[in-house]
Design a binder for this molecule. Structure first.
Ligand SMILES: Nc1ncnc2c1ncn2[C@@H]1O[C@H](COP(=O)(O)OP(=O)(O)OP(=O)(O)O)[C@@H](O)[C@H]1O
Length: 952
């Protein structure tokens, strides 16, 4: 290769990425070359002296295809400016002369044959490893849970159910609104991981509150092997200074925070100009919207959401800023479904009716029961088309039709299929919450005026002036409480950063308490250090004092005491605070500890939350709505705590409204949300698929063979775990194994308890790179063995050959998903008789006997023309199968993509706001997939010659 020099127009093929098809050199500048791969719509740039490319130089007699699809046999070739001009005859007998530039880019190479005749014959073990790799690769890509195997997480059904719902959607645009602490970050990570694995996303932008940047960074890496790059203001500036294009293009996976973007218009411009496949916004309730004005954050996310295909919004409290903002966020995700606020409000009036109807439908167990139920049919008629109603009455279509009807109801008339909300009722297994309140006397001279700001009434330290630490009885109470609970990790949340700062300093300096502080005036690094100091089991702080920023998103489930130094005025914020402890992983009772001043606004708020909403000891589902409904009454009471009568009335009204609202929601909106968010049977099935597909023992056996073939050294570490090191003979640099080795386990349970170990799943980067290394190299693509058999006379020569479907297409199409088989296996003798069934693969592998390499080489030379004939015959057979396999692939693709298309078409019938362009886009995608699949060719990937000897 080294004596060939590069010239524009030459065709080369990638050694490591065969799926790119045939490349064209488009630029040669000094020591670099630029090569484009039209089939995969990709471009690469390499150093000329080190490019992993092979020159494509077709011999005379070879049959090739032009860019316009014309086949011809080469009978002459001439050099021209470093390139070739090929001449030949087409299938119609016409003469043709083309520059190599005009050759088809969707090509196949029969490298195995070339190697065989060059005497490069591999061991049987390697041949088997190659075929197994194809099987595993194909199995993984076809798996309904592809993308969901690799996360280091417990397999929690509600999370896997949601992630699996994204598999067949063209784009994932959803609001993940599970209750606080149920694992929305994990759900987002699962979806992200799945999309990245499937090639549907490669550039992801995650926007979170600044307090959560580090936690997201760590969580994505340790749980999903996704290495994000944080772009904060400082990093952005440094990147701009480097002047290497848009700073947001400097990494594929970018993590940034909303406040920084809001404060830096230049960052907004760049983030909007960069192109992304997926956007994730955490704590999305901050995106405030009103019909006449929306927040800067909302406006930015609105622009991003309009241009990014997949959008995940995360919030545990979607209605925290009111129904309008909630609606506006749904609109960001699906403007066709959510286009009119008034209509959205109106629709909500009918949720109960829809949910009752759905319950009736879901209770029907068979097509004949459905057919007999005239009243249900009549009620469904206004909502479902005749085709679907008839399908419900057909026994073989009933189950699928019922599911489709459910989806359609939720989608068009209910809360929508873009909104997922799981609750503790569904997930179960959470510990109890217990409130202990401590009444204190407020220093009388400081009692607030009735016209004080509401926040002063509930944050009394703000009224006490500079000496508040001396005057505020809560401080003394806290010191003694901490002494009594010395061994208990405690999180304290207070609304104000100043309060948090001063209180922490006081505890630490005046009372020697091991404490740490966490507030918005600290840098990200110092905040994370404080959180880590608190998390440290042995040397760490007893108490972490947080301002309100500590009440969102952070993981503090390792402690079980929460001191609420004050109470927020918003019930959703109270839930967020408690959620720091009451989250997945919490093993103990969550103790909520509340010092309060008797007979003041504080006591009223406490009583309202506890007796009116029961918001401490359970999750209050009605809080946001009741806060809105009783805002004025509550404010009056907080200002006049002496008016016991008014408060008694508020409490009574609240309790009544709470009960009514809870009941109506549980029969209406919440029921629909539950139906959309979780399906126990389906979730069970998904987890079973995950379990089946994980097959750790099979993976370990495969990787053992791989390590052996590629020169990776492994040693046992302890039960279920291994240490891997790069051996001296490491075969490929492409293997994703750190320089200093890796300790790993194949067992999920062990990986969860030992985070220092890598979790080797079929989707771990090392395993993926292993499969890629085998498939894209020539390892094991030729072999020669002997076989004792009476099937054919001794001395017969058989050929076992694997043809792999080769279908170059852009990665986001995940084309392997539709290809029916990992490879087509053909075993033939010289009379063209097939033996695949008599000699199944596994049996063949067990019985294949070794032939010394030099004997095999000699036999190949001697029998060259016989082998050529065998190969030709096998190719003809493969040709005959090709059409059928392509048709199968297209059928599968159409089935899967029709689902989404039908949905949009049905929506369009109901809703004139669906833009035809969206339906057209989907149809065009379907056509593109069809075109790519039509181009698919069976490529001879590996062959094994078999010399038959007499069976004993
Ligand atoms: N499947 C899982 N396996 C292991 N740990 C999990 C799993 N799901 C969630 N967790 C852990 O539970 C905690 C809560 O999860 P997460 O942060 O995703 O919840 P959230 O719903 O985003 O919370 P919030 O509402 O507070 O933002 C985290 O510590 C997370 O690592």
């Amino acid at each position: 290769m080294s004596e060939i020099s590069f010239a524009v127009g030459q065709r080369w093929v990638s050694n490591s990425e065969a799926e790119l098809g045939l490349g064209i050199i488009i630029e040669v500048t000094g020591r670099r070359i630029e090569i484009s791969f039209p089939a995969a719509e990709e471009q690469r740039s390499y150093a000329a002296n080190n490019a992993p490319l092979s020159r494509v130089d077709y011999p005379l007699g070879e049959q090739v295809k032009t860019r316009t699809g014309e086949r011809f046999t080469i009978n002459e070739k001439h050099p021209l400016n470093g390139c070739f001009v090929y001449q030949g005859e087409t299938e119609n007998g016409e003469s043709i002369s083309i520059h190599e530039m005009d050759l088809d880019s969707f090509v196949q190479f029969s490298q195995a044959t070339d190697r065989l005749f060059a005497g490069q014959i591999d061991k049987n073990r390697k041949f088997q490893l190659r075929l197994r790799t194809h099987q595993y690769f194909h199995r993984l890509h076809q798996s309904p849970v592809f993308g969901l195997l690799g996360a280091r997480v417990q397999c929690l059904p509600h999370q896997f159910y949601i992630a699996s719902q994204m598999t067949n959607r063209i784009s994932s645009r959803v609001l993940l609104a599970d209750e606080v602490g149920l694992g929305k970050t994990i759900e987002a990570g699962l979806i992200m991981h799945q999309q990245i694995m499937q090639g549907r996303a490669s550039r992801v932008l995650v926007i979170v509150p600044s307090a959560l940047v580090h936690q997201w960074l760590v969580e994505m890496l340790r749980r999903f092997n996704l290495a994000f790059t944080v772009i904060d203001a400082e990093r952005y500036e440094a990147l701009v200074e480097l002047d290497e294009g848009n700073a947001f293009d400097s990494a594929q996976l970018v993590l940034t925070d909303l406040q920084t973007l809001e404060n830096h218009p230049e960052m907004q411009t760049d983030v909007l100009q960069a192109s992304w496949d997926m956007l994730v916004v955490d704590e999305a309730h901050h995106l405030q919207w009103h019909e006449d004005q929306s927040s800067e954050g909302y406006q930015l996310v609105e622009k991003l959401a309009a241009q990014i295909a997949s959008v995940l919004l995360l919030t545990a409290t979607p209605e925290q800023l009111g129904m309008d903002s909630h609606f506006a966020r749904l609109k960001l995700l699906d403007p066709d479904r959510y286009y009119d606020l008034a209509q959205f409000r109106e629709e909500q009036q009918h949720y109960q009716q829809i949910s009752l109807l759905l319950d009736q439908l879901m209770a029907v167990e068979s097509a004949s029961d459905f057919d007999k139920n005239k009243s249900l049919k009549a009620q469904l008629k206004p909502y479902l088309d005749d085709e679907l109603l008839s399908a419900l009455a057909e026994s073989d279509e009933f189950a699928a039709a019922r599911e489709q009807a459910k989806q359609r109801f939720l989608d068009q008339f209910g809360t929508g299929r873009i909104l997922f909300r799981n609750t503790r009722d569904t997930v179960k297994g959470f510990p109890e919450r217990q409130l202990t309140s401590y009444p204190l006397e407020f220093p009388e001279q400081f009692l607030p005026e009735t016209n004080s700001e509401l926040t002063h009434l509930v944050q009394p330290e703000t009224l006490l002036g500079e000496d508040w630490l001396e005057l505020d009885p809560r401080v003394e109470w806290l010191v003694s409480w901490l002494k009594q609970h010395r061994g208990e990790k405690t999180l304290l949340i207070t609304a104000n950063a100043e309060t948090a700062k001063e209180l922490e300093l006081h505890l630490r300096l005046q009372h020697g308490v091991r404490s740490a502080v966490f507030h918005e005036q600290m840098t990200l690094i110092t905040r994370d250090r404080a959180a880590a100091f608190f998390a440290d089991d042995e040397e760490g702080a007893q108490i972490l004092i947080c301002s309100e920023i500590g009440s969102e998103g952070r993981n503090f489930q390792f402690c079980s005491y929460l001191v609420l130094f004050d109470l927020p005025l918003n019930p959703d914020l109270l839930e967020q605070r408690i959620g720091r402890l009451d989250r997945i992983g919490q093993r103990n009772t969550v103790n909520i500890v509340l010092p309060f001043y008797q007979d003041t606004a504080q006591q009223l708020l406490l009583d309202w939350y506890q007796q009116g909403l029961n918001a401490f000891e359970s999750v209050c589902k009605t809080g946001a709505a009741l806060r809105e409904q009783f805002a004025d009454q509550l404010e009056q009471c907080l200002r006049h705590p002496e008016d016991k009568k008014a408060f008694a009335k508020l409490l009574k009204d609240t309790q009544k409204a709470e009960q009514q609202l809870r009941e109506s929601l549980s029969q209406g909106r919440d029921r629909l949300l539950t139906l959309n968010s979780y399906d126990e049977a389906a979730a069970k099935e998904i987890l079973m698929q995950v379990d089946d597909a994980s097959s750790p023992l099979e993976l370990a056996a495969f990787m053992d063979d791989f390590f052996d073939a590629y020169g990776v050294e492994q040693q046992a570490h302890s039960a279920d775990s291994i240490i891997l090191q790069r051996g001296d003979e490491l075969r490929s640099d492409e293997i994703d194994l750190p320089e200093d080795g890796l300790t790993a386990t194949y067992q999920r349970a062990r990986a969860l308890s030992r985070e220092d170990m890598a979790f080797l799943s079929w989707e771990h980067p090392l395993v993926l790179s292993a499969m890629d290394a085998v498939i894209s190299s020539d390892l094991g693509n030729t072999a020669f063995c002997q076989l004792k058999s009476n099937l054919v006379p001794a001395g017969s020569l058989l050929l076992e050959v694997a043809f792999v479907m080769h279908c170059p297409a852009p990665k986001q199409f995940n084309i392997t998903r539709y290809i029916p088989e990992s490879y087509l296996r053909i075993v033939i003798d010289e009379n063209g008789r097939c033996f695949e069934e008599q000699l199944p693969e596994q049996e063949m592998n067990q019985q294949a006997g070794r032939i010394p390499k030099h004997t095999a080489q000699q036999m190949v030379q001697v029998a060259r023309s016989r082998i050529d004939n065998l190969i030709d015959t096998s190719k003809k057979m493969a040709d005959n199968h090709q059409k059928q396999l392509i048709e199968q692939a297209i059928r599968k693709m159409t089935e899967l993509t029709d689902h989404e298309l039908n949905r949009l078409q049905h929506l369009a019938e109901q809703n004139t706001h669906i833009k035809p362009v969206e339906i057209e886009a989907l149809q065009s995608q379907q056509q593109q997939l069809q075109q790519y699949l039509h181009q698919a060719e069976l490529k001879l990937d590996a062959l094994r010659l078999i010399i038959v000897t007499e069976a004993e």
